[in-house]
Design a protein. Structure first.
Length: 307
């Protein structure tokens, strides 16, 4: 990564400091995700304030970092192609989400699980550099942020959190406000991101959950992250990869033949390419189920012209 150091973060950019901290933490193990975290911060910062001298100076240095990373990883398709980059960031975000969700449903509450929920929500923010969020990802982001706030508050107050989906109405979460004494963005220390944000609780969430329904493991790779946070408070025997549920291959696709009358549009080819890229990205995380599903979607589209 570029050695260009960023100047002090202007107060106007407080809302993006967590994305920049996440980029720092991921520089070595996930440089592609780190790149897009900085790109998101850059785009968001430009919208907030690109005229104030201190903001212009900060954005200029951030742009230098992005240019240096682009040169360093210029041969990586995840940097040069939006479809591949989007799939890579989305898979990593959902991987973090699933790790935290599995810990939550198992009743394993700890700071690194909170951080994983919150980091997943930040990475879903980053997906907006590729366009508008899907409804599914918007719900994942809302749920992850709420869960981080709820569990943080419970642990801070000496209460036992309720695992899994419950009521949302008692929690509020403010990314932009920070508690006094939070670590500096450039201190080089790794703090649970959630602990450096302000969480507020008005009352205990009700048990009649009517908000977001997220079945365990339904929307993310089955394996836990390769970089499962350290010092989780549970033994290595507790965190095991979940069994892979491989979807059955549609037999009609194996014997289907094009009639020659199927006319594929450029949009059809783009969608098929997207499914193949998603499958390839899923295989990087050993997620066979998602890979098979996306390959079948691509095959069906190419053979029949329909999804």
């Amino acid at each position: 990564m570029a050695a260009t150091a960023l100047p002090p973060l202007p107060p106007q950019f407080k809302s993006i400091q967590h994305h920049l901290r996440t980029a720092q933490e991921l520089d070595k193990r996930e440089p592609v995700v780190a790149y897009y975290c900085r790109l998101y911060a850059m785009q968001t910062g430009m919208k907030i304030d690109s005229k104030t001298p201190e903001c212009r100076k900060f954005l200029s240095k951030l742009m230098d970092q992005l240019e240096a990373m682009k040169k360093q990883f210029g041969d990586n398709e995840a940097i040069t192609q939006d479809i591949v980059g989007s799939a890579h960031v989305e898979n990593y975000a959902l991987k973090m989400f699933l790790y935290a969700d599995n810990e939550d449903r198992a009743g394993q509450f700890h700071k690194n699980m909170i951080k994983s929920f919150y980091t997943a929500s930040l990475l879903i923010d980053v997906l907006t550099v590729f366009g508008e969020l899907s409804e599914e990802n918007a719900q994942h982001r809302k749920y992850a942020r709420w869960k981080a706030a709820y569990i943080h508050n419970c642990l801070k107050n000496g209460e036992t959190p309720q695992p899994g989906p419950i009521g949302l109405e008692g929690e509020s979460f403010d990314v932009e406000r920070e508690e006094a004494g939070t670590s500096s963005l450039h201190s080089g220390t790794t703090q649970p991101t959630s602990s450096s944000s302000t969480y507020e609780t008005n009352n205990t969430p009700s048990s009649n959950y009517t908000g977001i329904h997220i079945p365990p493991g339904a929307h993310a790779p089955a394996n836990t992250p390769a970089e499962v946070p350290q010092n989780t408070g549970v033994t290595s025997n507790t965190i095991q990869p979940a069994p892979q549920n491989i979807p059955p291959v549609d037999p009609s696709l194996c014997s289907a033949q094009s009639t020659g009358e199927v006319r594929l549009t450029p949009e059809d080819f783009a969608r098929a390419q997207k499914y193949c890229k998603y499958a390839g990205s899923a295989l990087q995380y050993e997620d066979v189920s998602t890979a098979v599903q996306n390959l079948q979607k691509a095959l069906k589209l190419l053979i029949t012209g329909r999804e």
